[in-house]
Design a protein around this ligand. Sequence first.
Ligand SMILES: NC(=O)c1ccc[n+]([C@@H]2O[C@H](COP(=O)([O-])OP(=O)(O)OC[C@H]3O[C@@H](n4cnc5c(N)ncnc54)[C@H](O)[C@@H]3O)[C@@H](O)[C@H]2O)c1
Length: 341
Amino acid sequence: MSQTLKLAFVGCGAIAPYHLNGIKEHAPRIQVTAAIDPNRDKAEEIAAETGAAVFGSLEEGLADGDFDAVDILTPHHLHEPQAIQAFAAGKHVVLEKPMATSLAACDRIFAAAKQAGTVFMLAENAQYWPEIVKAQELIEQGAIGDVITARAAFFMPLDPYWFPGDNPWRLNREMTGGGMTIDGGSHWLRPLRMWLGEVDEVVAVLDYPVAQMQGESHVRSLMRFRSGKFATYDGLQVDYEGVMAPEPWWRVTGTRGELLIEGGLKGGALYIYDRDNPEGKLVQEPLGYPQSFGPELADFAAAVLDGKPLEAGPEESLGELRLALAIYRSAETHQWEKVWD
Ligand SMILES: NC(=O)c1ccc[n+]([C@@H]2O[C@H](COP(=O)([O-])OP(=O)(O)OC[C@H]3O[C@@H](n4cnc5c(N)ncnc54)[C@H](O)[C@@H]3O)[C@@H](O)[C@H]2O)c1
């Protein structure tokens, strides 16, 4: 294997520039050689920055492109067919979250990946989000004593950058597989799993305050971890005109102190509150979500080029989808629902 990984972007929409910037800053061994999107203008934007060849479909790209791997950045309902198609062509695959819209579809993707024998990564960038990683280090060092609980709050008005146009696919339940939890919610759930371990079961309620969003735009959930500890994940979106007051996105409470990460995609600072710092001490200036994509893509490149194990393999990275689907089941049954059984 050469020391360069030739990569095709499949889908060149809102998240594509984040992946591209991450590659430029942190993953120099990746060369983007194909930009694939039926919206040619979008593909041209990526091509202009990379020199990639432009294709209107994955079929065309696979037929005439020059790449070893695909980075699938398309609406959720396309993840299964495109991942399977790429594996059938012998490509390595990094796939944006969620893996698919159902666990049956994920099983089919896993079967195709096994058949191909190539690298398969489910991209959950929270794994590499600097504030989350720093909080994990502090927890492991015992900075707040033994962890008692955590709270994740995904509170954010709809943003036209992520929900563009009059009828974006993200408002459509068939295309997304649900609402805010199966979608962006995964980035709030992964940190809870990093800090508290695996979730055993969850109980949840859903509501739909954003009228044009078919899936939930309000969720309250309580999860019990295998350790017996419990934590909450709450989410709320309001319509484009809505304004929300600041809310910490995460708090982790231990026997000796508390970690708090402020909200904000561009960066939420990490603070520690303990006996020495009862008013709180800034531990890390905000670096933020945009800084998570470079290490993520570098991890993928190292798995392909060096055979290095991924920081989180695809089975582990199914946890957020499993949690989202368990939250949806619980809202229907009004019962605790198991996540992994
Ligand atoms: N990690 C994160 O923080 C994060 C944030 C936003 C989105 N995402 C994920 O990224 C993926 C894409 O989301 P987005 O916000 O970029 O959506 P988007 O709608 O902005 O972009 C999707 C792109 O896919 C293109 N497309 C549609 N059909 C296609 C096809 N058959 N082949 C190739 N391209 C096709 C569209 O033309 C569009 O340009 C989703 O899985 C989403 O959940 C992740």
